[in-house]
Design a protein around this ligand. Sequence first.
Ligand SMILES: Cc1cc2nc3c(=O)[nH]c(=O)nc-3n(C[C@H](O)[C@H](O)[C@H](O)COP(=O)(O)O)c2cc1C
Length: 227
Amino acid sequence: MTVESSNDLFDILDRRYSVRGFTDQEIEPELLKAIFQSAQRSPSNCNTQPWQLSVISGQRCRDFGKTLSEAVASGAPSEPDYEITLGFFEEFRQRQVDCAFALYNSMGIERGDKMGRGMAMLRNFDFFGAPHVAFVAMPKTFGIVNTLDVGMYLQTLVLALEAHGIGCCVQGALAYYPDIVRKELDQEGEEMQILCGISFGYEDKEHPANNTRTVRAALEENVKFYS
Ligand SMILES: Cc1cc2nc3c(=O)[nH]c(=O)nc-3n(C[C@H](O)[C@H](O)[C@H](O)COP(=O)(O)O)c2cc1C
């Protein structure tokens, strides 16, 4: 058995990486539903299950990707539903820089190439060519405690996708233009805040962005064991 075909949780954790280039092949509707059904098993605080997903597929996904990326390229104002202050410092800033350069290197974008970096950023908004995108929201009045639940959900979804050989990229960038998204979804009156998006589909193995690999800090940097 190859590692790729194993559905052992630890193999899935080892092999998964963010995918930023997709084939046109759409996920069969039954499988799509089954994956989201599995993700419903995610735990949440008091079992409140605050995640609200809007999944756009096929031609509509491609058309909306075109609309959104054109709006971004032409300077639409970014007005997220929640305050996005990344505020990275020290090792966190270093990791952010390393992860950006890992992506640029795999795409052949030179360090000083501002235009190239801008174009790479813009790819977020046409969902990296994915045939599916999901926007992830929760009620507007909810805060940090509830985003823990949504984070738990997202990781479950990501692993369930990977278990079915489907690649994805969680995208904070897809929270930057919530009004354009709400208009597309006909959700303008709804009291939801859009937290992020996730593009997904079958990986285009030839796409250079998919050669990007990131590393993790040594365990001691994140976890202390006491006894
Ligand atoms: C909450 C969250 C937001 C993210 N936002 C973006 C994004 O906007 N664009 C992008 O290309 N990748 C985004 N990513 C993917 C991360 O860059 C990626 O997970 C990280 O670099 C580790 O790499 P790996 O997923 O390949 O292991 C995001 C990931 C998470 C969990």
